[in-house]
Ligand binder design. Structure first.
Ligand code: C5P
Length: 204
């Protein structure tokens, strides 16, 4: 069965948590497409060459989740040639047999406009910055909350205002605002949308 769940939204809105849970609930494969851009961003050198020659090792680096890697990713992600180099792999993954969940910024709009389910997961910048800050250690960490908020806003601004594949909800996306939801509640909403769509899939 070909069945794609496209999950888009800004940084730290809860896409990763929801995507992993949806993939597990339905036995679908999961691709965190942000990791591709992060790997290109931290690799250094010519980003187009890096995107064209990305390896499994690049994707297994343990420094991909840092704030710096996120910023580097959003800088290389404005380059249309970088995006083009990563397109075919993502499309193939989306339409693989057995179902796939992809999370990113342009999955429902560019990578897989034919996705059976499109979710746009969002939350206020303040809430997203707070979550990122807690992940980085909160009061005991090295980053002040105001600095993390500024980085979240800078990345949102770059992702939403780039010319190629800007971050925006697809016209047919279901919106999930996680600002005031627990992770469990957000997951339950996403799972319900997928289940409802699966129920009307033609058999065979
Ligand atoms: O989702 P994550 O925070 O890991 O993404 C890092 C950056 O990669 C984003 O800020 C965005 O600039 C870029 N990205 C993208 N398209 C995607 C996934 C990520 O442009 N599908």
């Amino acid at each position: 069965m070909i069945f794609t769940v496209a999950i888009d939204g800004p940084a730290a809105a809860g896409k990763g948590t929801i995507s992993r849970a949806v993939a597990e609930a339905f036995g679908f494969a999961h691709l965190d497409t942000g990791a591709l851009y992060r790997a290109v961003g931290v690799k250094g050198g010519d980003p187009v060459l890096a995107a064209q020659s990305l390896t499994a090792e690049d994707l297994a680096r343990d420094d991909l989740r840092t704030l710096g890697a996120g910023q580097a990713a959003s800088r290389v992600a404005v380059n249309p040639e970088v995006r083009a180099a990563l397109l075919a792999f993502q499309r193939r993954f989306a339409r693989r047999d057995g179902g796939a969940v992809l999370d990113g910024r342009d999955i429902g709009t560019v990578i897989c406009p034919e996705a059976e389910v499109k979710l746009f997961v969002t939350a206020s910048a303040q809430v997203r910055a707070q979550r990122r800050w807690l992940e980085l250690g909160g009061e005991a960490g090295e980053r002040p909350l105001a600095g993390v908020l500024a980085e979240v806003r800078e990345r949102d601004d770059r992702d939403m205002n780039r010319a190629d594949a800007p971050l925006r909800p697809a016209a047919d996306a279901v919106m999930i605002d996680t600002s005031e939801l627990t992770a469990e509640a957000a997951i339950a909403r996403a799972v319900a949308v997928v289940r409802a769509r699966l129920a009307v899939m033609p058999r065979g």
